[in-house]
Design a protein around this ligand. Sequence first.
Ligand SMILES: C[S@@+](CC[C@H](N)C(=O)[O-])C[C@H]1O[C@@H](n2cnc3c(N)ncnc32)[C@H](O)[C@@H]1O
Ligand SMILES: [Zn+2]
Length: 387
Amino acid sequence: MNTRTVTEGATRVMVPILPEGVSFPPSYAPVFYNLEMELNRDINVAATSVFVNRIISQYSIMPSDVTYVDVLSASGIRGLRIANEVGVTAVLNDWSTEAYELIVQNIEMNNLSETTTSSCKDGNVLLHGNRFDIVDLDPFGSPVPFLDAATRSVVHLLEITATDTAPLCGAHLNSGIRKYAAVPLNNEYHSEMGVRILLGKAAFELAKHDKSMIPLLSHATRHYVRIYLHIGHGAKLADKTLRNMGFISHCPTCGFRKPEFGLAVHINKECPVCGSTTKIAGPLWLGRLHVVGFCEEVLLELEKRPMNTKEKAKKIVALCKEELDIPTFYDQHVICKSLGISASTMNQLMDALKGAGFRASRTHFSGTSFKTDAGVAEIKEIMRSIR
Ligand SMILES: C[S@@+](CC[C@H](N)C(=O)[O-])C[C@H]1O[C@@H](n2cnc3c(N)ncnc32)[C@H](O)[C@@H]1O
Ligand SMILES: [Zn+2]
């Protein structure tokens, strides 16, 4: 295999050379490496580092006492960075022999042989046979085939990427229902829908193993969703986690939406604002997407590390930190279009909502999205008043 060496963060990795003019790795590439995911990996290093620092001070242990597995490693870059830049004891696994051989070389090149081992197994077999403090899933498409084994194996932190955004966000409805046992709605907040459907699926899978979760950081960026889950243990905590599950009732006519907590709930079919029939999404996660203190520490960590995507990473995490804990965002352009008015600046809109006594924040999902505790009728009135 012809390779070239790339540097991400403080780690050097050999990756396959792509044919000229090709930027996304084609399916025939011997080993997968996607430069587009460097942003995801930069945030991953910072977030994992913050988490590891917390548990080493809690248990008075060394970073090398913490075990981490990159279940689907390809070149190994994700796990190599965690081993090298965070200092944990890592297993880098891929069932492809070509990937495995490249991982072996990459471990040597970074002088990580003492703390890092390569493995060439089916990821599910590896996870079913071992417990890891931190489990990282970064698959092609959906993480669902690995969720049972990952939730069984994980002790402290579960990190999941999903690139199957079409099923998660409702664009491929039946595929989403088959994989996630939930009905998404493909509307203006479909990206948040995807995050909440994935979190809901993770919560159910963990609950099977009497485990609970607190989402520390969750982001939908470009074509993927990434979540970081702090794991707790015991049936009581698992039951408590499942109290964050529920449905979203949404009116496609006027934009009204309401979270309905619970798994067997009575939901009013009639929109209380305009009288149209509502649509229902779920079951999905209605709880928090982020822990503010964790996001603050991730921002500090991003600041002090060498990273190629530092500014973009900081922007995403800072917006996550600011986001109000309210399920579903509004999109300024969608509402403006329905009212036949032009958009104001986001700052003007945030100020107007706050000036009227409501809470309001921008979100990381898109530049025109916002969260507020104002109802849809109040939002429209305020938007009209500032035009
Ligand atoms: C999206 S790539 C991983 C990318 C990598 N984490 C990164 O950051 O560059 C997915 C990898 O999973 C491997 N894979 C797919 N199914 C697997 C399985 N059941 N067990 C182990 N590896 C698997 C593929 O060979 C591929 O290299
Ligand atoms: Zn309505």
